[in-house]
Design a protein around this ligand. Structure first.
Ligand code: COA
Length: 243
C-alpha cells in the first residue's frame, strides 16, 4: 500500500541534489517506478537499465529528490548527443504519492542548472507528451520545435524504441510523433543580451540627439521672441524720439 503523506510534509520535507555514488542503491527503485509509470500512461519513457542510472549517478549526471528518510521521490538524468552539441534532461519521474507538489519542477530546474554549467554552449532539448513537462520546460525558456532541429543521430532516437508509438515515428521518418519537441538555445540568451544592449545604446543616442534638437528649437524660438520684443521696444523708442 502507498504511504499516505501529510501535505505539509510534502511541500517542505524533501531535498533535491546532484546524485552521487551514495544514491546508487536507489537505482533499482527508480527504474521500477519508471517502468510502472510507463505502463500506467500507456506510452513510454525511454527504457533505462538500473546500471545506466548507476553510471549517471557515478558521473554526476543525475538529479535526485529525496524524502526525509533518504528515499527516492524524484529523478532525472542528463544525456549528451552529437559531442555535446545537444543536452537532454531525460527520464523525469516523480513517485505517484509525491506528484503535484512541485518536485518535478525542482528536479528539472536543478538538471537545467547542471546542464547550463557543464555544457554552456549546448542546446537543451526534450521530447514529451506530458503537459506538466511542457509547462516546466516553457518556464525554463524552452520553445516548441520541429523534430528536424533535434539530433539526427540514431542513438538519440533509439530511446524512443520502448515507446508504444514508435511506429508513428518511423512511419513519418522521424518528422512527427505524439511527442512535442522542445529546445532551449543558449544563443537566444546571448542574442537577447546583445539585442537589449544595442536597443539601449540606440535609445540613449536617440534620446541625446532628440534632446539636442529639441533644445535648439526651444533656443531658436526664445531667440526669435526676444528679437521681436527688442525690435518692438526699439521701434517704440524711435517713435517717441520722433514725436
Ligand atoms: C510528469 C511528472 C514528472 C510531473 O511531476 P510533478 O512533481 O507532479 O510536477 P510538478 O508538481 O512539478 O508540476 C509542474 C507543473 O505541471 C503541472 N502538472 C503536474 N501534473 C500535471 C498533469 N498531470 N497534467 C497537467 N499539468 C500538470 C503542475 O500544475 C505544475 O504547473 P504550474 O507550475 O503551472 O502549477 C509526474 O507526473 C510523473 O512522474 N509522471 C510519470 C512520468 C512522466 O510522465 N515523465 C515525463 C516524461 S517526458
Amino acid at each position: 500500500m502507498e504511504k499516505v503523506l501529510n501535505p505539509e510534509v510534502l511541500t517542505n520535507n524533501y531535498t533535491v541534489q546532484v546524485a552521487t555514488t551514495e544514491h546508487i542503491p536507489l537505482a533499482d527503485a527508480i527504474c521500477f517506478e519508471m517502468e510502472e509509470s510507463a505502463k500506467a500512461r500507456g506510452t513510454g519513457i525511454a527504457k533505462r537499465s538500473p546500471q545506466y542510472l548507476r553510471d549517471k549517478m557515478q558521473e554526476g549526471k543525475a538529479i535526485i529528490a529525496l524524502d526525509d528518510e533518504g528515499q527516492f521521490i524524484g529523478f532525472c538524468y542528463v544525456e549528451t548527443w552529437e559531442h555535446g552539441k545537444f543536452v537532454a534532461n531525460s527520464g523525469l519521474i516523480v513517485k505517484p504519492e509525491w506528484r503535484k507538489y512541485g518536485i518535478a519542477k525542482a528536479v528539472k530546474m536543478r538538471a537545467f542548472e547542471l546542464s547550463r554549467t557543464n555544457y554552456p554552449d549546448a542546446k537543451i532539448i526534450g521530447i514529451t507528451t506530458s503537459l506538466a513537462v511542457m509547462k516546466i520546460n516553457s518556464e525554463l525558456g524552452y520553445e516548441p520545435t520541429t523534430f528536424s532541429e533535434l539530433p539526427v543521430n540514431d542513438a538519440f532516437w533509439n530511446g524512443c524504441k520502448s515507446c508504444v508509438n514508435y511506429d508513428v515515428l518511423t512511419r513519418t521518418e522521424r518528422k512527427h510523433c505524439l511527442c512535442t519537441g522542445m529546445i532551449f538555445d543558449p544563443e537566444w540568451e546571448k542574442n537577447k543580451a546583445k539585442r537589449e544592449e544595442e536597443a539601449l545604446k540606440e535609445k540613449q543616442e536617440k534620446h541625446e540627439k532628440w534632446n539636442f534638437l529639441k533644445d535648439v528649437k526651444v533656443l531658436e524660438r526664445l531667440k526669435s521672441i526676444k528679437e521681436k520684443m527688442f525690435l518692438r521696444m526699439q521701434m517704440r523708442k524711435v517713435k517717441r524720439q520722433v514725436v
